[in-house]
Design a protein around this ligand. Structure first.
Ligand SMILES: [Fe+2]
Length: 465
């Protein structure tokens, strides 16, 4: 009898335990996608691939790319490379290809990197532009002229719609090409690029010719719409063994950012205001400790320069993610999270975008800001003021996919999948934005993860369930 009663108690206990476990798992458990891409090597496209082709014509401008030349897009900085000789620094621009009635004079730079010498790298800022207007522009006037176009972003306004493309860790493999093609098919207005561009540093001697091939590869998009640059670890090109001890040398020579317009003192952290979005770019590989220039700048930015009435959407870009449940690059973003997370939660940041980890992950609105050295409270907790963290380092570079997630999936993680792809963030008005992640192995329009985001300032509802 006694044994039987014991057995009944044990059974009851087991049932209760099972129910509790099931309840925990069922209460908003995140999804670790079972989707597995076809196993194949992630290899760079060969140097004679059509996407790397040098444009025809003597000294033809190549590697054309644009980014904002001021904070809102009434200026646009055009960059390009000439390989044979310096050529002209002039950009002509206007409202039609036949009427390029304005001209801007740029400057040029070159750099050496170990045994490599760059071409002539031109930068020219077109100023006095009107918002939401299409412009044609041309350069290469001494020799081979090439003509492109772009549309300036809408003037900052609380309900101005805008569609961002979100791409990170792109590289120049066949998968990179697929990512870019999918993004082009989905048609964003500008790209928020979260760092790691060419992966030239994976080649012997950091072969900087791969910086050139990468720029020719992405020209088909970035010559026609601004990409907002974040510096990743593959932009460091710090190689004392080669005598190259100036960090970011190729990146800073090639990819200007409008940091001065944003009150910053370095090109690696700055902000832009595009339509209804205020976008802050942070630098994972520059100092961010208390009293450093980046720390001081961000404090002032959040306190005095963010205006949610004018630009309701507050988006932060960085390379190394703060919330990453992949064993690759695990906790590398932790020191910056400790430094800045409370500021972002207090500021009600809508979305934080990062790269670095070569897979995809989206978080719920969680924060881990209660901890101090004596209270031990170090568990991320649901927080309606917290941003959604998105890791989008799945552009498709040569290092391959990061397919080693931590188990179990942490409570803050809503969806994660080890696939290549890109995302779009389509802001509709001051309250709603539609976020969608596109996996490369589906059709361009197919969405593998999507969520409607509500604005943290104007409509802070529970949008993550
Ligand atoms: Fe990285």
């Amino acid at each position: 009898m006694g044994m039987l009663r014991w057995g009944a108690h044990l059974l009851l206990l087991l049932l209760l335990l099972a129910a509790a476990t099931w309840t925990c798992a069922g209460a908003g458990a995140g999804v670790t996608s079972e989707y597995r891409r076809k196993l194949e090597a992630t290899v760079d496209m060969p140097l004679d691939a059509d996407v790397f082709r040098v444009p025809p014509g003597y000294n033809a401008p190549q590697q054309v790319h644009i980014t904002l030349g001021d904070q809102t897009g009434t200026a646009m900085t055009v960059s390009w490379v000439t390989a044979n000789e310096l050529g002209s620094n002039t950009v002509r621009y206007g409202s039609s290809p036949e009427k390029l009635d304005r001209a801007a004079e740029g400057s040029h730079t070159r750099y050496d990197y170990f045994n490599y010498t760059s071409g002539f790298i031109h930068h020219c800022t077109l100023t006095g532009l009107t918002h939401a207007t299409k412009y044609y522009y041309a350069m290469g006037f001494d020799h081979t002229v090439r003509t492109f176009s772009f549309t300036t972003p809408p003037k900052p306004a609380p309900d101005a719609p805008f569609k961002f493309g979100l791409i990170g860790d792109l590289g120049q493999t066949f998968d990179s090409n697929s990512t870019l093609a999918h993004y082009e098919a989905n048609g964003g207005d500008a790209v928020l690029f979260v760092g790691d561009l060419s992966y030239a540093d994976n080649y012997p001697l950091h072969d900087n010719n791969r910086w050139d091939t990468w720029a020719r590869f992405v020209e088909r998009s970035v010559a026609y719409q601004p990409w907002i640059w974040t510096a990743g670890n593959h932009e460091l090109d710090y190689a004392p063994e080669l005598g190259e001890t100036v960090p970011f040398k190729p990146f800073t020579h090639r990819y200007p950012t409008p940091y001065r317009a944003a009150g910053s003192t370095e090109p690696f952290w700055y902000s832009v205001k595009i339509a209804s979005a205020h976008v802050i770019v942070l630098a994972s590989y520059s100092a961010y400790g208390k009293y450093t220039p980046q720390w001081t700048w961000l404090q002032e930015e959040l306190a005095t320069r963010v205006d949610r009435k004018l630009t309701p959407w507050l988006i932060v870009l960085m390379h190394s993610p703060w919330y990453n449940s992949n064993n690759y690059h695990y906790m590398e973003g932790e020191t910056m999270r400790v430094q800045f997370e409370r500021w972002l939660v207090d500021a009600k940041v809508d979305v934080v975008l990062a790269g670095h980890v070569h897979s995809y992950e989206r978080s719920r609105r969680f924060a881990n800001i209660e901890y101090n050295i004596v209270n031990g409270k170090a568990t991320p907790a649901a927080n309606v003021d917290a941003p959604v963290y998105i890791t989008i380092g799945d552009g498709g570079n040569i290092e391959g996919i990061a397919n080693n997630f931590t188990v179990p999936q942490p409570a803050y993680s809503a969806f994660r999948e080890a696939s290549f792809g890109h995302a779009t963030l389509e802001i509709k008005n001051r309250t709603h934005a539609h976020y969608a992640w596109h996996r490369n192995h589906d059709g361009a329009k197919a969405v593998a993860d999507a969520v409607w985001l509500t604005n943290r300032y104007w409509m802070p509802t529970n949008d993550d369930v």
